[in-house]
Design a protein around this ligand. Sequence first.
Ligand code: KIV
Length: 299
Amino acid sequence: MSSRPPVQTPNDRIPPTDRLPTTLPQLIEKKRLGDPIVMVTAYDYPSARAAEAAGVDLVLVGDSAATTMLGYTGTTPVELDDMLVLARAVRRGMTTPLMVGDLPFGSYEVSDEQAISTALRMVKEAGCEAVKLEGGGEASVRRARAILGAGIPVMGHVGLTPQTSTALGGWKAQGRTAAKAARIADEALALQQAGCFAIVFEAIPSAVTEELMALMEIPVIGIGAGPATDGQVLVFHDLLGIRDGLGPRFVKRYANIQQEMNEGVSAYAEDVRSRRYPAPEHTYSIDPAELAELRSSLA
Ligand code: KIV
């Protein structure tokens, strides 16, 4: 018997919405109509609530959680069990965006069986509706096919694939020579051919993306790949400024939440030290007669 916790589905803490959940055919239709697809990462209940409120199409529980949530300097250390905890919290926070779970490094490379078993856990234990894996080489394509064979939709990811960034020469743009761009094209086509429902292009020159888009029949979601893709994805913490430093060149920052958090906690600390907090409005009262009785009982 399994001791794993059951999937907890969204509950009545989530206000009703008129929007229906995103489906795979809707993504294809958006591509056909040229209607931009919006994807964002989320890693917990509040980030999922923000994605739901914004009406985004896709939410990725990205392995970027390794850096954004867990403080690692890269994505390789994050474990499947960590991803499952985060993905369950995201599931509880939203109903309409299609939820994609990132397969962490080491959880799908060993064999088709390992890949299927990991993808099944993301679906059964966390409520993911699809999974994403990195790379378009022979092994990644085989794993994508195996997972698809188990009935789980797969999103591909080519260009800068952070899990293998050491082998790629670091966190830097990919496909900047004709030969390297052609290799990305081959990988994207192989993943499309395998049956992936969509693909992420990360850190690729815009002009290369434009050439590749002519070949792509499935929705392409870009991050640092220019405006020609069918949609865009950004990391939640990057776009909201929940980080030190500006992050990669392609990030557009819409808020400065880390600074607001720092200022908020500093103001609280200052209030406690100066006894400005708690003020009378933050305290509870007791009936004077009850208080008098207490005093005499303590005397
Ligand atoms: O993990 C992640 O956040 C990602 C996106 C950058 C696409 O893979």
